[in-house]
Design a protein around this ligand. Structure first.
Ligand SMILES: Nc1ncnc2c1ncn2[C@@H]1O[C@H](COP(=O)(O)OP(=O)(O)OP(=O)(O)O)[C@@H](O)[C@H]1O
Ligand SMILES: [Mg+2]
Length: 360
């Protein structure tokens, strides 16, 4: 359920304060292009930190999302959805090399040492990871674990909208699928860090050796920045949001109280990124050095954030391109809008891709 492969479906990105859907189709030349795209904001009553508080409300919003898209029209009832980053657990664990049929039980046994709740209360899945040929002493696998109540409540809300969930993915998986070139070739010799700056949280993902290696969810969010600006300057949320977008990290505009809030947020982010880079170096000694950072989510539109992060971290930093694996088909929106659909596009790509889409 968390990793397997299935048929065409729409990608449904469910967040605490927004839902987004994307469906892809094949054109007459067999190339993938957009079928439909849609987004709705959610009121604060639907979710609380990834847990559904109003299932019927969520179902109604999903129905509206699918029946009134901004672009095109949805024509499948199959869904690939994502689970909330803060409620999912994804980690590389090591087991001794062993015959294929014994791996599942060994992973279950090992997983129990890594997760804070009984494995019986979770749905879990695993994938083998490419490992440098030199090491035959261990078998690293990527473990994904989600509490059963989260999966069951998400599935119920989707089913009640008369849709059929084919798969639920941990969000880091579709994000990486969207932003990194699909390739069966040998792994690169550098690791990539992806930073998804959303409205409710920032997620940091390290991808190396053709696999996600670790993820961390940071309590830095676009909404919190806007709320802090509104509170400090006694502005409405709309005014504060506008001020945030206009100022960004532009030294000509971002000074005084707003500049302080924005710079403070980015400095916090830089510190957390530094800690994660050190964590990766120390805990994944066979991993490659992090060679670049890709940004996504609406917060990646923050003016000059790429330059600021790049000079502070001394690494190349750029905004990701969620349409990368869909070229040469023209993107339906400008990158600064499409970047918010990175997760939804990655979810839709899961069941749309096949190897003929790429020159490997
Ligand atoms: N130009 C900009 N500068 C700064 N922030 C921006 C800009 N444009 C959008 N944002 C912020 O991006 C956020 C929305 O991003 P996104 O659509 O990725 O969030 P989300 O997916 O709904 O949230 P999450 O994934 O955290 O649950 C908002 O907080 C918004 O203020
Ligand atoms: Mg998001």
């Amino acid at each position: 359920m968390l990793f397997s492969n299935q048929q065409i479906s729409l990608g449904l990105d469910i967040s605490d304060r927004s839902i987004k859907a994307v469906q892809l189709k094949r054109n007459i030349k067999g190339k993938l292009e957009l079928q439909a795209l849609s987004q709705l904001d959610l009121p604060p009553t639907i979710f609380e930190e990834g847990e559904i508080k109003d299932s019927d409300g969520l179902t109604q919003f999903i129905i509206k999302l699918i029946t009134k898209p901004q672009i095109g029209s949805f024509n499948t009832s199959y869904v690939t959805a994502c689970l909330p980053e803060t409620k999912t657990f994804i980690k590389v664990i090591d087991i001794p090399p062993m015959p294929e049929k014994e791996i599942h039980n060994a992973v279950k046994w090992e997983a129990e040492h890594h997760i804070p709740i009984p494995i019986e209360d979770t749905y879990w899945d695993w994938q083998k990871i490419d490992t440098p040929a030199k090491n035959n002493a261990r078998l690293p696998v990527l473990l994904a674990v989600v509490p059963k109540n989260i999966v069951d409540t998400y599935t119920a809300a989707i089913n009640n909208a008369k849709l059929t969930p084919l798969a639920l993915e941990v969000e880091a998986v579709p994000i990486a699928r969207s932003l990194l070139p699909y390739s069966n070739s040998n792994p690169k010799n550098t690791a990539t860090m992806i930073i998804d700056m959303g409205a409710t949280r920032t997620s940091l993902i390290v991808v190396d050796l053709n696999s996600i290696q670790f993820t961390v969810s940071l309590p830095i969010s676009g909404r919190r920045v806007t709320e802090t600006i509104a509170r400090s300057l006694k502005l409405s949320e709309e005014q504060a949001e506008k001020a945030k977008i206009i100022c960004g990290l532009d030294p000509k505009k971002s000074h005084g109280a707003i500049g302080e809030i924005l710079h403070q947020t980015i400095d916090d982010l830089i510190n957390r990124i530094r800690e994660s880079i050190i964590f990766y170096r120390e805990h994944f000694p066979e991993g490659n050095k992090i060679g670049e950072i890709l940004l996504c989510g609406g917060g990646s539109n923050f003016k000059l954030i790429d330059k600021h992060l790049s000079s502070s971290l001394e690494l190349p930093v750029k905004k990701g391109d969620p349409w990368l694996n869909l070229k040469p088909s023209p993107p339906p929106l400008k990158n600064n809008e499409l970047i918010s659909y990175t997760t939804a596009l990655g979810l839709a790509l899961r069941t749309s891709l096949n190897s003929s889409d790429y020159s490997l």
